[in-house]
Design a protein around this ligand. Structure first.
Ligand SMILES: [Zn+2]
Ligand SMILES: [Zn+2]
Length: 330
């Protein structure tokens, strides 16, 4: 694909189409280019916040944010600052609309927009299908809403009142561990067990917000770890060390007063929600859905007190399995 000049405002339908195509596809090895495109869109948007193209630039940032998979944009500060300033300048007199597309065109259950942001950006600048309801789309409150949604997408935790898309891989719901949980491992199950234990150990040592989610992931793998399928004391030792670290870290948290915590008895029931807990964007997406559709509050999922209890329960089973294995070996 020919690279567009991101510092220029496209001056023809073809130039817009070329830019939108880049928004939709730039990822992976083109990470430097991805950063460049996000920064350029934020700069254009900040330079002319009342320009009719403002919404298109915000949608461009939203399109590019898909590639972050729920993680924060590296060096997000200038982008977030430009978006925040634009959103503030747009919010003015109240309008007559009952609602706006930035809220109505988001599917709260699927946690995704009902349109493709790069395609909508083209419609906004008059390339492609005309907008269904241009008044509502071009309303400054709607534009400000999408600008805030773009800021939240590149740096979860920036704005509280906008929908958050679930990371794109979420539909598969912990696919990377499900084959072990369901006892059809494709690769080396020891590798899956040890990798996830090491991630848990690291999260406990560094005290990251991913710790409760990783406790859940390791709990899902527990039945396999303590089954006769694992006959390596070394593997069990790694898993035990990780759970000990997690339990120690969680013990630092005060006792909670949550009415309920996630039920981890049926992996199929909780796998998609559990995966949302592993990224900042995923957690914000979960919270958005919970607010609109109900369910356990996010705090019950990320509860340190409960994670400590789960880790302790797992430890009992793990130590017993290790003792049995050592006795057989001896
Ligand atoms: Zn309006
Ligand atoms: Zn709790």
């Amino acid at each position: 694909m020919t690279e567009t000049d991101p510092s220029a405002v496209p001056d023809s339908p073809d130039a817009w189409r070329a830019l939108a195509a880049e928004w939709a596809t730039t990822s992976g090895v083109h990470w430097r280019r991805h950063t460049e495109l996000v920064q350029a869109a934020a700069t254009h948007l900040g330079a002319a916040p009342h320009d009719p193209h403002t919404l298109a630039w915000a949608l461009g940032v939203l399109a590019l944010a898909v590639r972050l998979e729920g993680m924060e944009l590296p060096d997000a500060a200038p982008v977030v600052a430009a978006l925040t300033a634009a959103a503030e300048r747009l919010d003015g007199e109240p309008c007559a609309h009952a609602d706006h597309p930035y809220l109505t065109d988001f599917d709260d259950k699927a946690l995704d927009w009902t349109f493709r942001p790069e395609e909508m950006a083209l419609r906004v600048v008059g390339v492609g299908l005309p907008l269904d309801d241009p008044g509502r789309w071009r309303c400054p409150h709607n534009v400000a809403g999408f600008v805030r949604a773009a800021a939240e997408a590149v740096f979860p935790g920036t704005f509280d009142d906008v929908p958050v898309r679930a990371p794109a891989g979420i539909g598969r719901g912990l696919k990377f561990i499900a084959d072990v949980v369901y006892d059809h491992p494709y690769g080396d199950p020891y590798e899956t067990l040890v990798d996830n234990a090491r991630e848990l150990l690291e999260a406990a040592r560094d005290d990251t917000p991913e710790l409760p989610g990783l406790v859940v992931v390791n709990c899902a793998l527990l039945w396999y770890a303590v089954s006769e399928r694992v006959d390596s004391v070394e593997v069990l030792d790694e898993i035990i060390a990780a759970h000990e670290a997690a339990s120690r870290r969680c013990l630092e948290a005060p006792a909670c007063d949550h009415a309920a915590h996630p039920d981890l008895s049926d992996f199929e029931e909780y796998r998609r929600d559990a995966e949302l807990m592993l990224t900042p964007g995923g957690r914000r997406a979960y919270r958005w859905r919970q607010r609109s559709l109900g369910g356990l509050p996010l705090e019950a999922w990320t509860c340190r007190d409960n994670s400590g209890v789960e880790a302790e329960i797992a430890l009992e089973e793990l130590r017993e399995a290790r003792a049995n294995l050592a006795a057989e070996d001896g």
